[in-house]
Design a protein around this ligand. Structure first.
Ligand code: NI
Length: 196
């Protein structure tokens, strides 16, 4: 009798655990891109405009790793912190940073013109490229990288809600890994170095 009750308790525990683990991984897949898998599911072709006003596509970055972040220049907190982290990580990589291209893609193309981006990028790593485009071009790029963004309101000084991951892509433009918000520059540099 006692053994049977224990068996039931263990079975109930195992089922509860399995359900919880499944629910957690489902939830996680909704908010975060997948860990590296055989096929690239993050990234892809994009057509955008750089901070010099020139058209660029993913093909222009082939041959170097891309360190990609989607954000916007009016962001009061998260974006500048993440861009600063990318900049410090590249500084820590030293010579190896030459094979990594840091890229900011705006999710606010209506305000982030090439001129605005050109001024903004001056605050960060000298090799940072800042990209904008038409609303549709930006939408396509964000979709390829599974980036969520939305305008918060209709006022003139609106904010943008957006996901905030830094993506590391290989020299063929394929997804390697991503960094969660608030990753330290040391951690980012270490993991980039390991991936080069
Ligand atoms: Ni932001």
């Amino acid at each position: 009798m006692r053994a049977r009750r224990l068996t039931l308790i263990f079975a109930a525990f195992a089922i509860t655990t399995a359900v919880a683990v499944t629910a957690f991984s489902l939830l996680r897949s909704l908010i975060e891109p997948p860990a590296r898998s055989g096929v690239a599911q993050v990234g892809g072709p994009f057509q955008l405009i750089n901070h010099l006003g020139q058209p660029v596509s993913e093909a222009d970055f082939k041959g170097r790793h891309m360190l990609v972040y989607f954000g916007y220049t009016f962001c009061p907190d998260v974006c500048p912190i993440e861009l600063q982290t990318m900049s410090e990580a590249l500084d820590q990589l030293g010579e190896a940073a030459q094979s990594v291209k840091p890229i900011l893609i705006t999710i606010d193309p209506e305000r982030d013109t090439p001129e605005v981006l050109a001024a903004y990028r001056e605050h960060f790593h000298p090799s940072l490229v800042a990209l904008t485009g038409t609303v549709e071009q930006v939408r396509q790029a964000a979709k390829a990288f599974r980036v969520y963004y939305a305008r918060t309101d209709d006022s003139a000084d609106y904010f943008m809600d957006h996901s905030s991951f830094v993506y590391l892509m290989d020299p063929q433009g394929r997804y390697l890994t991503h960094f969660r918000p608030a990753t330290s520059p040391e951690e980012m540099a270490k993991r980039i170095r390991a991936a080069l």
